[in-house]
Design a protein around this ligand. Structure first.
Ligand code: GRF
Length: 184
């Protein structure tokens, strides 16, 4: 599931193709038709489905459409790879312990929107990212893998985001492998 550039989505596909991750990415779900993730999926030959939140009356309806689509595709594990919508119990309970999110902060610090901006505003000298299971508390599910990066003098949002994203691309496949191993 992606809403934006899709660099984490591509990192997952590449980890599978390198055999670093014993999995297949079978479907990309997006909520924005023109997001960068769609172009990546085309280039990588992965099927994309558009689930535009604007055509649903509420969050539950969107999540029901996602669940239906994931079940149809016989999907075992779902990754929110930059999904900028709050998800509901409809999706969470359909994939218990099998719904993973990537967040650009060292949780439990800086939950919610713009974790990178929050870290810069707080003046921390260590930032990072967290791959975690999703529950009903936003960015509050069980932590799977974290990586820390330094905040360097002169960093701005773009430079710190780039440093964090390198680590996101490394830890997200690790987190998926952990979840898959736990499922047997
Ligand atoms: C990542 O920074 C992730 O932590 C956050 O959204 C961003 C998605 O980036 N949840 P991308 O679309 O994978 O490039």
């Amino acid at each position: 599931m992606a809403s934006g550039q899709g660099s984490n989505f591509e990192a997952l596909v590449e980890a599978c193709r390198r055999d670093d991750l014993q999995a297949d990415v079978v479907l990309l779900a997006v909520n924005n038709a023109d997001c960068g993730a769609v172009e990546r999926a085309e280039r990588l030959g992965i099927t994309t489905e558009l689930h535009d939140h604007r055509s649903h009356p509420n969050r539950d309806s969107l999540d029901q459409a996602l669940v239906t689509s994931f079940r149809r595709a016989a999907i075992d594990l779902v990754v929110m790879a930059g999904w900028m919508r709050i998800v509901t119990p409809r999706l969470i309970t359909a994939f218990p312990e099998r719904l993973v999110n990537i967040h650009p902060s060292l949780l439990p610090s800086f939950k919610g929107l713009d974790g990178v901006g929050q870290a810069l505003a707080a003046g921390v000298t260590l930032a990072g990212c967290t791959a975690h299971l999703v529950n009903e508390a936003v960015d509050g599910g069980r932590i799977l893998v974290q990586a820390a990066v330094p905040v360097l003098p002169g960093d701005d949002h773009a430079t710190l985001s780039r440093r964090i994203q390198v680590e996101e691309h490394r830890i997200l496949p690790l987190a998926v492998a952990l979840v898959a191993a736990a499922q047997g």
